[in-house]
Design a protein around this ligand. Structure first.
Ligand SMILES: Cc1cc2nc3c(=O)[nH]c(=O)nc-3n(C[C@H](O)[C@H](O)[C@H](O)COP(=O)(O)O)c2cc1C
Length: 203
């Protein structure tokens, strides 16, 4: 084994080890509204379920030189966000939304995505997604960082409404093949669903 001390190497090297090790990562496409009403959208692969009861999701938004990204700033300011699951049909457009735009420009318009009204929150979602989860911000935690400024905003979001495309839902279960989720690997690589296999859980 090669032993590596994260404190003895740069941020970039630690980043490469982490994004190459924790694979494949599901991708959340997160929409938020700025205080001025601009609809913001960006993908995040530091994304997971925190709890199913209550239904909580986590999205970790890295800061740049201590500065919050628009997604974190908007979610904290408005208390709302919509989380979408990225799939094979929308990944190319969603990749476009990762561009570094000023807060008054909408990535949604630039990527040719269609805003669609939500039922339980003020933030619209996008129509090009088979799963939309309308969320309220449960907690935002400022974590890590050096020199007194945090390195990341961990958003904990509570799902208040699921919006699921009819064709992927059967008996309350999501059909993974029909969803065709896409995940993030290292570098600019993405991956689609591989072969599925089943292992019985022991009693
Ligand atoms: C597939 C993909 C996954 C990403 N995952 C993350 C992530 O987990 N955390 C993060 O801070 N940035 C991530 N990024 C970069 C953000 O999407 C990018 O910084 C974006 O411009 C942030 O937008 P905002 O400033 O509108 O919030 C990812 C980018 C791509 C293309």
């Amino acid at each position: 084994m090669i032993s590596i001390d994260p404190a003895a190497q740069g941020d970039r090297d630690n980043y490469k080890l982490l994004i190459g090790s924790v694979v494949p990562r599901p991708i959340a496409f997160v929409t938020t509204l700025s205080k001025q009403g601009v609809l913001n959208g960006a993908p995040f692969s530091y994304f997971s379920i925190v709890s199913s009861n209550p239904p909580l999701l986590s999205v970790a938004v890295q800061r740049k030189n201590g500065v919050m990204k628009d997604t974190a700033r908007n979610a904290v300011a408005t208390g709302e966000l919509v989380i979408h699951i990225v799939d094979e049909t929308n990944v190319a457009a969603i990749n476009e939304t990762a561009a570094n735009l000023p807060p008054d420009e909408s990535e949604i318009t630039i990527a040719g995505l269609t805003a669609t009204e939500s039922e339980k929150v003020n933030v619209p979602g996008i129509a090009e997604s088979k799963i939309r989860m309308e969320c309220v911000l449960e907690q935002a935690l400022e974590l890590g960082g050096t020199g007194g400024s945090p390195g990341c905003d961990l958003l904990i979001a509570r799902v208040v409404r699921f919006q699921i495309a009819k064709e992927i839902l059967e008996n309350g279960r999501i059909d993974a093949q029909k969803l065709a989720p896409v995940s993030r690997m290292a570098g600019n690589f993405y991956s689609s669903l591989g072969s599925l296999f089943e292992i019985e859980r022991p009693q």
